[in-house]
Design a protein around this ligand. Structure first.
Ligand code: APR
Length: 232
């Protein structure tokens, strides 16, 4: 059990106070995806989209990592082989917990991207349609997050890690958005052991060898402790 690859979703940050998307009262019950999470929505009303992400950026900046984030960082430090964390989340709670090399396949709230020159820089707390790019000075800043219909980041690297995984874990995701939702099939197809740690059954639960239901702050520390025990 040398290489561990972990996919996380909004559920791992729920107990840090950050809303998920599809649970009751989730973000997609408060906003229409087509208005705030598509290139078309941004083109139609950039001010609405900037206000949506500025509010999430402010909330995420106040959040603190929970026991699940901390346990994964400890696993990275103490495990005998590589531990790769792939996240669909745009918050920085894995990094705040001490995790390294986290692959944000849907981008990061803390990033700004220039649609004119492609420059990336740390996003100001309040980004607006008037926010200018420090490189080309055009007022063409957008949140550096991946919207529906766009290609996720780090895909080639992610697929390589999944192909090499001995153990693949999915934590806090409903398994409704591809390509993230298909990674477990890739892992299982090459012989990895697969485990799902989630509050409720997900769209992809049946693809896993092991499924544990419960809050991440209980399941993840227990799972990491079990892996780190000498008998493993
Ligand atoms: N502990 C563990 N799991 C939890 C907890 C918790 N405390 N709270 C909620 N969950 C689980 C829910 O049961 C659900 O399966 O987390 C999952 C959250 O699902 P979604 O809200 O769909 O979030 P996610 O799977 O990360 O969404 C994937 O969709 O909208 C896009 O880009 C967005 O990255 C996001 C992607």
């Amino acid at each position: 059990m040398r290489k561990i690859v972990i996919l996380t979703g909004a559920g791992i940050s729920a107990e840090s106070g950050l809303g998920t998307f599809r649970d009751d009262g989730g973000l997609w019950s408060q906003h229409r995806i087509e208005d705030v999470a598509t290139p078309e929505g941004f083109a139609r009303d950039p001010d609405l989209v900037h206000r949506f992400y500025s509010a999430r950026r402010t909330q995420a900046a106040k959040a603190v990592p929970n026991a699940a984030h901390l346990a994964l960082a400890e696993l990275q430090r103490r495990w005998s082989g590589p531990v790769v964390i792939i996240t669909q989340n745009v918050d920085a709670l894995h990094e705040a917990a001490g995790a390294e090399g986290v692959l944000h396949m849907h981008g990061v709230l803390a990033g700004a991207l220039c649609t004119a020159c492609g420059h990336r820089w740390p996003a100001p707390a309040e980004m607006t349609p008037q926010t200018t790019c420090p490189a080309c000075t055009a007022a063409t800043a957008r949140p550096d997050v991946v919207w529906f219909g766009e290609i996720p980041y780090h895909l080639e690297e992610i697929l390589t890690h999944v192909q090499e995984a001995d153990l693949f874990a999915s934590i806090g995701t409903s398994g409704q958005v591809h390509p993230a939702a298909g990674l477990v099939q890739e892992a299982a197809a090459q012989g990895a052991q697969t485990v799902e740690l989630n509050l409720e059954p997900s769209e992809i639960s049946r693809a896993f060898d092991i499924r544990r239901l419960g809050p991440a702050t209980e399941l993840v520390p227990a799972w990491v402790a079990q892996l780190l025990r000498p008998e493993g």
